[in-house]
Design a protein around this ligand. Structure first.
Ligand SMILES: [Zn+2]
Length: 192
């Protein structure tokens, strides 16, 4: 227990330190992140996602490669990518790279805790599926050891349709979640 306490203390200290922002830092107005897992029925998801997003996030679908979304992705500058399902921060432009595969590629999640992986056999062989750890939405797959000149040699091959891009310095996506109970309407200032 003492060790856990120490780790917590250290983590908190580390968190505190990251606030001394540098130029690459996410602005202080980063979106309010979901504090707990987001669980919804298919009906609820259908009501708030586009059919394409639903197919990808909830049914492990895949968008067409080299489509409009990919063109937009390639044109995007510095910024952060959030889950279209729940708003959790997933990737940042710092880890974006051009793999020429036709889908948005990152070599590392910006917030590892919001991305999880699991092995799937949908194509008859093992692939590592990438999911949003908060809403359990399917994002894409991660491939390793392909020889890309990146710090991890991993390629998070992600469906751009289920990413929300927020350019650096701009307001984050409006939160569509209405937290159940207790939170009254948000009027005043927010604490960081
Ligand atoms: Zn999500």
């Amino acid at each position: 227990m003492r060790v856990i306490g120490l780790i917590l203390t250290l983590s908190l200290a580390a968190c505190g330190e990251t606030k001394t922002s540098g130029p690459m830092e996410t602005p202080a107005k980063a979106p309010e992140q979901p504090a707990a897992p987001v669980v919804k029925t298919d009906e609820e998801w259908r009501a708030e996602l586009t059919p394409e997003q639903f197919k990808i996030l909830r049914q492990a679908g895949t968008e067409r490669p080299n489509g409009e979304v990919y063109k937009q992705f390639k044109a995007q500058g510095a910024g952060t990518y959030y889950c279209a399902g729940c708003g959790a921060e997933l990737f940042s432009s710092n880890e974006k790279f051009d793999s020429h595969c036709g889908w948005p590629s990152f070599y590392d999640p910006s917030k590892a805790k919001n991305v999880k992986t699991s092995v799937d056999y949908h194509l008859g062989y093992a692939r590592t599926e990438v999911l949003c750890a908060i809403c359990d939405g399917h994002l894409g797959h991660v491939f390793e050891g392909e020889g890309f000149d990146t710090p991890t040699d991993k390629r998070y091959c992600i469906n751009g349709t289920v990413l929300k891009f927020v350019p650096a310095g701009e307001a984050p996506p409006a939160k569509k979640e209405v937290p159940p109970a207790e939170k009254p309407a948000d009027t005043g200032e927010k604490k960081p």
